[in-house]
Design a protein around this ligand. Sequence first.
Ligand code: SF4
Length: 130
Amino acid sequence: MPAGESRVWNNAVMELGGVACGKSPSCDEAGCPWREWCHAYQTGDFTAPDVPEQPSFEGSRRQFRGRIVRLLGERDVISLDTLGHRIRVDYSPDGEHGREWLRGLLSDLADDGLVEVEDSGDETSVRLRG
Ligand code: SF4
């Protein structure tokens, strides 16, 4: 990777994946500029190496954590249920994806020092840690 060009490099690799190097690569058809260094092209073995897949459960948690942080970035403070309704359409306080599920995500985010959760009476408020 050229020094200081990581953004350009990453974009180029993404582009390569989009136009040439998919599951069935079109190396010659797309004129892939990587052919002279590409092990797969040289050996004809296009099977992908074993890349550990992120479990979808983890992927979805990460996605929702991202949504929470983004939303909190737009607000000073938000109540637990309002937050739940804003980050997923099927949020229902006592349902499968309800308060317990949301508190689990918030607890991870609090452990990471990103959010503060405050319980007072019936109300739970959440904010980004300042
Ligand atoms: S030459 Fe290699 S990098 Fe280029 S498209 Fe074929 S497999 Fe992908």
